[in-house]
Ligand binder design. Structure first.
Ligand code: TYM
Length: 337
């Protein structure tokens, strides 16, 4: 008997096109995108609708979307193998988002830590979109019947909510959605700020707190040399007492493939200056080739346009099919072609 072709499992993940993508985004998520692209059927989205929950400059946002797409491609994502697209260009995200709003409780959304953080940061603009942000994220994931979601640790709570919504929907209407699992990197699921290593590295923090994927080598080295460590001199992994050193060790371990013990054996006792320079060498050796690719790709506007159009069309085909099913289940009028 002929072997049946194996159906690949589906992956979905998204990144907001706001500010500069950071080394945290790279280690926590983006790096895994290209690592998974051969084994899975993947969609990677630039989630511009999530971005407008915070006020954006329109011209800047449009540029940032293209920049993010170019970074996706430069990091090694093959646009033939993966569907790379802008969330807002597939209108079913908004459509499913609305429907899922009707299956999500206010209490669940009030518990989301990102909502609490962001509403504290943007106290003058606590809009309803910021509150229902995780529902749109659930819609992103469920729209494509996703099995696996590569993300950093800060998105775990949102993914849990997406799972709850899927289960709730399935309990009412039969098995409609697979219940998605998270895929977290073993090391580096939470890269911390260089200036306050008890907080996560975030693109909305001041420049010196993060390394941007597009930071030039001398900037990377300068930022790492100034990274907060401690008054001790030991290079040992102790996140509680030595969060700054532990963070630099995580960065090096995640990027070099060395174990924590190997990093410690190599740099313990040599002084933080030597260690920080070695971390800088390691980060530069990973980011510099991506930056060269980025320069090449971002100069080719026609190519970016082509990836955008093809991604949008391929994503919309899957999204349309899901919505036929969902609309039927909840009793909305049938769509005609
Ligand atoms: P965003 O844009 O904040 O971050 C994109 C990805 O990077 C990860 N990440 C980190 N990982 C490790 N250390 C850090 N310091 C760090 N900072 C960010 C995030 O966990 C994320 O995986 N809500 C999402 C975007 C989104 C999404 C989705 C993700 C919208 N819809 C559907 C997955 C599936 C966000 O704001 O990520």
């Amino acid at each position: 008997m002929e072997a049946q072709p194996q159906v690949k499992q589906r992956i979905f993940s998204g990144i907001q096109p706001t500010g500069n993508l950071t080394l945290g985004n790279y280690i926590g998520a983006l790096r895994n995108f290209s690592a998974l692209q051969n084994e899975y059927d993947c969609l990677y989205s630039i989630v511009d609708m999530h971005a407008i929950t915070v006020r954006q400059n329109p011209a800047e946002l449009r540029k940032a979307c293209l920049r993010t797409m170019a970074i996706f491609l430069a990091s090694g994502l093959d646009p033939e193998k993966n569907i790379i697209y802008f969330q807002s260009q597939v209108s079913q995200h908004a459509e499913l988002g609305w429907i899922l709003n009707c299956f999500t409780y206010m209490g669940e959304l009030s518990r989301m830590t990102q909502f609490k953080d962001k509403s504290a940061k943007h106290a003058d603009n606590i809009n309803a979109g910021l509150f229902t942000y995780p529902v749109l994220m659930a819609a992103d994931i469920l729209l494509y019947m996703t099995n696996l979601v590569p993300i950093g640790a800060d998105q775990k709570q949102h993914l849990e909510l997406a799972r709850d919504i899927a289960q709730r929907f399935n309990a009412l209407y039969g098995d409609v959605f697979p219940v998605p699992e998270g895929y977290f990197p073993k090391v580096g699921a939470r890269i911390m700020s260089l200036q306050d290593p008890t907080r996560k590295m975030s693109k909305s923090d001041p420049e010196e707190c993060y390394i941007a994927i597009l930071d030039k080598p001398d900037v990377i080295r300068k930022k790492l040399r100034r990274a907060v460590t401690d008054s001790d001199t030991r290079v040992v992994f102790d996140p509680e007492n030595k969060p700054g050193v532990a963070n630099l060790m995580s960065i090096m371990t995640a990027l070099s493939g060395k174990t924590m013990d190997e990093v410690s054996a190599e740099y313990d006792g040599k002084g933080y200056g030597v260690f920080k320079d070695a971390v800088a060498d390691c980060v530069i050796s990973v980011l510099e080739p991506i930056q060269n690719e980025y320069d090449r790709i971002s100069a080719d506007k026609a190519y970016l346009e082509q990836v955008m159009v093809s991604g949008r069309e391929r994503a919309a085909r899957i999204a349309y099919k899901t919505m036929l099913k969902v609309r039927k289940k909840v009793g909305l009028a049938a769509l005609t072609l």
